[in-house]
Design a protein around this ligand. Sequence first.
Ligand code: PMT
Length: 418
Amino acid sequence: MLGVTGGIAAYKSAILVRHLCNAGAEVQVVLTQGAAQFVTPVTLQALSGRPVRDDLWDPEAEAAMGHIELARWADLILVAPATAHFMAELAQGAAPDLLTTLCLASDAPVLLAPAMNQAMWRDAATQRNAATLAADGKRLIGPAEGEQACGDVGPGRMAEPEALLEAVQAAFLSPRLAALNVLVTAGPTREALDPVRFLSNHSSGKQGYAIAKAAAEAGARVTLVSGPCGLPAPANVECIEVTSALDMHEAVQARAAEQALVIGVAAVADYRPATQALQKIKKDSAGRGAAEPPAIALVENPDIIASVAALPNGPVVVGFAAETENALDNARRKRRRKGLDAIVVNDVSNPKIGFNSDHNAATLIWADGEVELAYQGKETLAASLIQHLANLFFPSSGEGAGAVAKPTPLSVARSGRS
Ligand code: PMT
């Protein structure tokens, strides 16, 4: 079921209906009165092939399929665009019209694509409502940032129809990794110089935790080996906290053989200080004068995912590549050098994605193909990535369990490590 509420992004709902139908979904469109100001029922009826519903009190429609029946019919409800007003009503459990009533009356997962002016999105009330809806189990996709119809620039643009299609497809693939062991590394590592100082990086762990969550939602038994980032462990995920690259290496090596899939999202330090001072390094220690800074000698850390990829009969191994230039070429080389089945490259020179942002955009590269993962929240990107990995490397697991359609390009089975 596609709910459309009254925002300018409603014009994109026509494209969305087309994408969903092309992907094999049966789409029932439900409009609010506001939405009907932006897009006509006739357009959406023509594209979906079903009469559009917009009235809770329509005797004819209620006689055909009453709203409770309609609520039961839906396998998934996507509301795109979801206005601030609609989110406020849903967060309160109010049901003044057909769409809110259906959302309340349905057991189906509800996905919301917020779309509004950037100040409305940032407003404390909207943020409160978004948090309530997320806590109630609704999944928010976006909003994206950028230029808005009103001329403002900022967060509030509706996620693009392509990203929404991916999120819908991902939501139907929950059992795809059923009973498979998946290990994810996440966060930074800390390489100690002395008891109080360390070398590290800006990884927040958000992308890795989102991937662990998505894999668990896809039915996998997930182990998350995490550097220090202070995030709560996702539900149904075993979290092993580590500090340094050596700790992470040890934790991963100990569990690698029993995994079907290992995904290295952690920003692991390539080097660590050659020695770790037992006591805090003093300004004038080791014969240096106070003005003379210490030189830090470094030694190389083991490459964690490369060593898993080198295991005979080991798991499928997927790395991440954080690049700042020639991203695709560098990542293709990195995948081959480390012997990985696939690599996900993100351009971390863009401050809107990558390290410590809530959003990301990436390209998944494997031996025989590449697919772009459009700019979106890290959670939906994670769900989409897991869907692609399931299709590429575990094509037969969970098949037929309510999948809407296979995403593209998906013809490839397990790739060789060439
Ligand atoms: O944590 P967030 O704030 O959400 O940010 C996400 C992210 C930017 C950290 C993430 O999307 C990402 O790009 N992770 C990889 C970061 C990185 O270290 O990339 P790299 O190109 O240096 O390493 C390539 C791959 O080798 C990675 O899978 C890394 O985990 C792995 N590696 C690197 C060094 C090492 N000694 N052992 C490894 O396993």
